[in-house]
Design a protein around this ligand. Sequence first.
Ligand SMILES: [Mn+2]
Length: 357
Amino acid sequence: MKIAIISDTHLGYMRFYEDSFKQAEKAFMVAQERADVIIFAGDMFDSKIPSLDTMERAVRILREIKVPIYGISGNHERRMHSTDVLKVFESARMFKKMRRKGSMIEKNGEEIFVVGMNSLPEDLAEKGLEKLMGELVLPKGIHSILVLHQTLGMGGTLLPEKLDGLPFELIVNGHMHEHSIRGKILQPGSTVITQLKKEETKPKGFCIYDTKTKEIEFKEIDSRKFIMETLEFEDAGIHEVKERTQKQIEEIDSMHNRPIIRIDLKGTLKQGLKPQDIIIEHNKDVFLENMLNETMIAEKIKEIRKQRKDRTTKEIAEQKLREKLKDRLEFDAYGFFEAVAESVEKGEGFLLEGKNG
Ligand SMILES: [Mn+2]
């Protein structure tokens, strides 16, 4: 049997709304051409309660899929005590929720057994899986697959080494948006970019698993490229930062078709300039991470922390305010704040008489 494994389509994801539908649609369409059944590993939707627009567009995609889709809900769909969105699609016969006690899938005389554990809060995942395994009766001699949607290691309670020992031929895990295969643990990755991190610069797609050969094929789907760059500056002026950044954006734009671009701006600005003085116009698919003067800011925080040992935060804040307002206002703003702090009436009195009290 050929099984397509798709995960984390995040339909309705606001930042890349159109991409979320287009790319999921491609994955499902190619999957149904190539496989007998589709397994979905959670986070079909980005929101627990998707908008009607998102739901309608999802219906238009799923109603075209003629092979059965079995799946679990991810953390984005998880509603512990009420109907989740995938239940709605199950009632509409476009989706089959996998069960903890497993279900048999049959195709041309071949049977496989699939077990699904809906996403659990990470601290409960290990206990949840132990309980599932304790109650599970696996049919003998039948190819079986476990489907999860959790963090494996890296702060999660489920450890990949522990999963290796479980009696399944394949373990599918959603949630991780980067595609990876480690032993019998398969993470298909997401079909859309959601985090703008290095891991997301890798190709997006889904997997096809052959139960006979146990081979896994990654099918890349046509998706917009995500390019990440860092620009370093030293005592730079506004013009320099602007010019180099814009040039970089133009260069990336000319090499790809509507790329998603993240540029990290690092280093230092000319004395007197603040990171927020840098305003660069760009289209909505460009994300600028302005980290200019970050080490300077870190030093300033350190300095304040040091001062804080001897004085209260309020005192320091007052001093900073005094320094800031010095020579910038006609009237005694600090005196005004003092008056307001005492009472609104005193503040009013200050404004009328131009002094405190
Ligand atoms: Mn996800």
